[in-house]
Design a protein around this ligand. Structure first.
Ligand SMILES: C[S@@+](CC[C@H](N)C(=O)[O-])C[C@H]1O[C@@H](n2cnc3c(N)ncnc32)[C@H](O)[C@@H]1O
Ligand SMILES: O=[N+]([O-])c1ccc2c(c1)CN[C@@H](CO)C2
Length: 266
C-alpha cells in the first residue's frame, strides 16, 4: 500500500464538505427526475432493477463509503433486515445519523429520491413508509478505512450477506495499486456467495467537495470488470452511462458512470 499517498488522501478528506458535495451532485441539473436520460434516475433504475430480481437478499447489507447520501439504500431496504452505513469521516456519519433520527435541521431533502424510487418500483408504496422503513433498518453507522486489511476493525466480525458501494474506492484511493488493495480488503467483508453492487466513476481524475479538490483513480470499464474478475467475483450485470455535456458542470471531470452487480464465488 502507498502509505504516503493514503495519508495524503486522508488529510485531504478532512476538508470534505458534505453539503457542498450534495449541492454538486444531488440537486439539479444532475438530479433531474423527469427522464432516465439524467444520471440520478439512471442510477436509481439500476439499483431498483437489481433488487427487483429478488436474488440479492439476506440479513445484513454493508454500504462501503456511504458518505452523506442515502439514495443508494432505498431499493435495498426491502431485502435486508439490517443495513450498515459506513464512512471514513465523522462529519458524514453524523450527517446520516441526523437524517435517521430526524435531527437534520440543516439536512438534505431526500424526498424527491424516495418518491422516484417508489414510483419506479411500482408497488404503490407510500414514500413516507419507505423512508421510515429505511430509517428503521439503518441500525449501524460505523467508521471504516478501506486501506486497512480489516476495514471495519473489530467492529464487525461475521461477513455480510451483501455489499454496496457508490463512488468510494476510486475516490478514496491515491493510485491504482491502492485501489486494487482496497478492493481486496472490502472483499473480506463479504461472505462467499454474497452479492456486491457497485456504482462508480469512469475516467474521472478529480472532484470538488467545497474548498477541497479530491483526486480520483481514473477507471475504464475494462479496469472495473478486471478488478471484480481477479478478486473472485462472477459478474451478473454491467451498465454504463455516458455523462452528457449538459451534466459536465465543472465539479469533476467524470466521463461516465458504471453500475456492476457481481457475486463472490462460494
Ligand atoms: C465521492 S464520496 C461517495 C459518497 C456516496 N457513497 C455517494 O454515492 O455519493 C466518497 C466517500 O468515500 C469516503 N472515504 C474517503 N476515504 C475513505 C477510506 N479510506 N475508507 C472508506 N471511505 C473513505 C469519503 O468520506 C466519502 O464519503
Ligand atoms: O453524476 N452523478 O450523479 C454523480 C454522483 C456522484 C459523483 C459523481 C457523479 C462524480 N464524482 C464522484 C466522486 O468521485 C461522485
Amino acid at each position: 500500500m502507498n502509505a504516503i499517498g493514503v495519508a495524503a488522501m486522508a488529510e485531504n478528506y478532512q476538508r470534505f464538505d458534505p453539503l457542498a458535495y450534495l449541492q454538486n451532485n444531488y440537486v439539479a441539473p444532475r438530479a433531474n427526475f423527469t427522464s432516465e436520460e439524467f444520471v440520478v434516475p439512471w442510477k436509481l433504475r439500476c439499483l431498483a432493477d437489481a433488487f427487483a430480481t429478488g436474488k440479492i437478499t439476506g440479513h445484513t447489507l454493508i454500504d462501503i463509503g456511504t458518505g452523506p447520501t442515502i439514495y443508494q439504500l432505498l431499493s435495498a431496504c426491502d431485502y435486508f433486515e439490517e443495513i450498515v452505513a459506513t464512512d471514513f469521516l465523522e462529519v458524514n456519519r453524523t450527517f446520516i445519523h441526523n437524517w435517521v433520527h430526524n435531527e437534520d435541521k440543516d439536512g438534505f431533502d431526500w424526498s424527491p429520491y424516495i418518491q422516484h424510487v417508489c414510483k419506479i418500483e411500482g408497488k404503490g408504496e407510500p414514500w413516507k413508509e419507505k423512508e421510515q422503513k429505511l430509517k428503521k433498518k439503518l441500525k449501524k453507522i460505523l467508521p471504516i478505512d478501506i486501506h486497512q486489511p480489516d476495514p471495519l476493525g473489530s467492529l464487525f466480525s461475521q461477513p455480510a450477506d451483501a455489499l454496496i458501494s457508490t463512488f468510494c474506492l476510486e475516490a478514496a484511493s491515491p493510485d491504482r495499486p491502492s485501489f486494487d488493495k482496497a478492493f481486496q480488503n472490502v472483499t473480506r467483508l463479504l461472505k462467499p456467495g454474497g452479492h456486491f453492487l457497485m456504482i462508480g466513476a469512469l475516467e474521472e481524475s478529480f472532484y470538488l467537495a467545497g474548498e477541497v479538490k479530491l483526486t480520483v483513480v481514473p477507471l475504464s470499464e475494462v479496469d472495473i470488470k478486471e478488478s471484480f474478475a481477479k478478486n473472485g467475483y462472477r459478474i451478473h450485470d454491467f451498465h454504463s452511462y455516458k455523462m452528457p455535456p449538459t451534466l459536465k458542470i465543472g465539479v469533476d471531470d467524470v466521463q461516465g458512470i458504471f453500475f456492476i452487480h457481481a457475486q463472490k464465488f462460494a
